[in-house]
Design a binder for this molecule. Structure first.
Ligand code: APR
Ligand code: ZN
Ligand code: ZN
Length: 361
């Protein structure tokens, strides 16, 4: 029987989001209905609302979520009713070239649930990133569910579904930070701070945080940065060089998504160093660099897609590390809010003192 639940939709470009009744169909083959317990508010939800991703309004927003599997469709073996899960953006196929080559985060044949959630009048909803978790329940592919230890609270666990995983993964998966490395992180919002946590976890000797906001730098220190640079008052490239005996950092993680900060990352790295772009640029942004500098500086220039994560490997691992007290994922939760406060949380994102607002159910 289809169920009626409350969910937050973005009705049209730049229109305020609102709570509506959503119709959730029974799970079909390979699908699961998940009772959402918590879902973080991410910049990507705001981009959906602004029409910056695509025009498939109305959207059912929310995609950083943890919850409990309520029912599963035919043929589902990955999860069972009662399992505590973190949701991920894509159920990878396991068959395509990217999957077979061990890079499933680039899978081009994802098997997410078909979009069948609607408003009461039958209007079809587009779930954000194939999830749509600002709702009491949502319909996903079973392959989008990763079972984790239920001892970790949902408002903490859910964050691994997007921003925190993107940042930690940028350091440990994409950047391959190694013991003793020097690491610089440019932009210390939720993603940059997670990159700092990842760099520490991987054994970095120095972790240099760069931002234009003193509050962000103070938080970055709490997250494990060993040095901070305010790039309004100091040239970050020179400052990073000075802090690394003139060499530059082994790994520089750009977590802003702008050409200026990317250039800083490019020049702040050691000659053989790695630049990881995890900040998301907008379509009109262009990068101009002397080609000779690209040639002469060696190293590698990478971008990190969802932290190059493998949910089934990385989510349970990070949950375990959190339980052991080796990382503190709770530090990313600034506030918990109710479902009807998502619009307010979007406004607060720009105020600078929120890492994550998390809707709890
Ligand atoms: N130099 C250094 N830091 C900067 C600069 C700059 N020129 N401009 C902005 N910042 C800092 C901000 O002060 C803020 O602390 O970058 C940080 C960006 O953080 P958030 O806005 O909180 O974004 P976050 O959620 O961390 O995501 C970062 O990754 O997922 C993408 O779309 C997201 O592109 C964004 C990036
Ligand atoms: Zn695939
Ligand atoms: Zn997100």
């Amino acid at each position: 029987m289809p169920q009626h639940v409350q969910g937050v939709i973005a009705p049209g470009r730049n229109e305020p989001v609102r709570v509506e009744t959503i119709v959730i169909p029974d799970p079909g083959p390979g699908e699961a209905v998940v009772r959402i317990q918590a879902c973080g508010v991410c910049h990507t939800d705001l981009h959906y609302k602004q029409g910056g991703i695509n025009d498939d309004f109305p959207f059912l927003l929310g995609h950083e979520a943890a919850g409990t599997v309520e029912s599963v469709g035919e043929g589902v073996t990955e999860v069972a009713p009662g399992d505590y899960v973190i949701l991920n953006w894509r159920a990878v196929c396991g068959q395509c070239r990217a999957c077979r080559r061990g890079r499933p985060w680039y899978c081009f044949d994802t098997h997410n649930a078909t979009q069948r959630m609607t408003l009461l009048d039958g209007t079809e909803l587009s779930p954000a990133l194939g999830i749509g978790a600002f709702a009491e329940k949502t319909l996903v592919a079973a392959g989008q569910c990763t079972k984790v230890d239920p001892a970790v609270a949902p408002e903490i666990a859910g964050l691994l579904g997007c921003g925190v995983m993107a940042g930690i993964g940028a350091a440990i998966n994409t950047g391959n930070v190694s013991r003793g490395d020097t690491v610089a992180v440019i932009g210390c919002g939720g993603v940059g701070d997670a990159a700092i946590v990842g760099a520490r976890l991987a054994g970095a000797a120095k972790v240099i945080a760069v931002d234009i906001d003193e509050r962000k730098l103070a938080k970055a220190r709490e997250m494990g940065a060993t040095h901070t640079v305010d790039s309004r008052t100091a040239d970050p490239v020179e400052a990073i060089r000075e802090l690394t005996d003139g060499f530059g950092a082994d790994v520089v993680i750009e977590a802003v998504g702008r050409p200026e900060t990317y250039k800083q990352a490019f020049y702040a790295r050691d000659l053989a160093g790695t630049v990881v772009l995890v900040g998301v640029p907008t379509p009109e942004m262009q990068l101009e660099l002397p080609l000779l500098d690209v040639f002469g500086r060696g190293g590698s220039l990478k971008s990190s897609w969802y932290g190059d994560c493998l949910p089934s490997r990385d989510f349970p691992m990070l949950i375990d590390l959190h339980r052991q007290g080796r990382i503190d994922l709770g530090a990313f939760v600034t506030e918990t809010i109710a479902l009807d406060e998502v619009e307010k949380a979007f406004a607060r994102m720009h105020e600078g003192d929120v890492l994550r607002s998390v809707v709890v159910f």
